[in-house]
Design a protein around this ligand. Structure first.
Ligand SMILES: CC(C)(COP(=O)(O)OP(=O)(O)OC[C@H]1O[C@@H](n2cnc3c(N)ncnc32)[C@H](O)[C@@H]1OP(=O)(O)O)[C@@H](O)C(=O)NCCC(=O)NCCS
Length: 189
């Protein structure tokens, strides 16, 4: 185990997926309010520390359909972003994958690709989900490039899906089935 003050959930080479930490709420607020980071992440409203604190409060009757990880940089020994699975449908076995690197100096280093691979592996091999999906604005090239690099299939364009800075943007949608992921893994190995 590396020298970390947060519980590691899944070990990786450059990064690991760590459990979210209520002591890092300042950091989460910094990432989610940063104009550079939030522009295509659909965080159009200011997020207060109080809003984030509420994530950690127990709620009666809460359906467990959201899983969030901190992306922890192994060498630099610090959290740099977050990722997870949203709106998990446990019956049909699908979820939306999401990811955001909150520290822009870590962009363009293949980190989102490595993270997404770990997230997909977790979704299919630990949770036994059947399908993952995701989407990104056509202009958010980094985001949909990651989906394609990891093996997500292009499903289509949702026209005028996002309104950002006075303009509508089309969104590219992607999906990946567990069986295709397994086949792809066999080919790579
Ligand atoms: C989008 C984001 C997750 C990408 O993370 P990242 O770690 O930089 O991604 P990676 O380095 O793993 O891969 C990005 C790929 O896109 C490519 N890319 C990025 N911007 C590009 C551009 N303008 N033109 C062409 N290719 C581009 C990179 O070259 C890389 O591909 P390569 O490895 O073949 O060179 C990161 O920029 C981010 O967190 N942004 C803010 C939040 C956000 O938008 N989240 C997604 C919401 S849908």
């Amino acid at each position: 185990m590396k020298d970390k003050d947060v519980p590691v959930f899944i070990e990786g080479e450059t990064i690991c997926l760590a459990v979210q930490n209520s002591e890092h709420i300042d950091l989460y607020a910094k990432w989610m309010n940063n104009p550079k980071v939030r522009v295509f992440a659909r965080w159009e409203m200011p997020i207060r520390l109080e809003d984030i604190k509420r994530w950690f409060e127990p709620r009666k009757g809460r359906v467990h359909n959201f899983i969030v990880f901190e992306i922890w940089h192994n060498k630099d020994n610090k959290p740099i972003g977050s990722c997870g699975l949203a709106w998990i449908d446990w019956v049909s076995g699908w979820a939306n994958a999401f990811l955001s690197i909150g520290e822009p100096e870590y962009w363009g280093q293949n980190i989102a690709t490595e993270t997404t691979e770990m997230l997909v592996e977790y979704a299919f091999n630990e949770l036994n989900l059947h399908k993952l999906q995701g989407g990104a604005a056509v202009e958010n090239i980094g985001s949909w490039s990651v989906a394609e690099k990891v093996g997500f299939k292009f499903n289509g364009i949702r026209k005028d899906e996002m309104y950002v800075d006075g303009k509508y943007y089309n969104v590219k949608t992607y999906g990946i089935l567990k069986e295709d992921w397994m086949k792809r893994k066999k080919e790579i190995d």
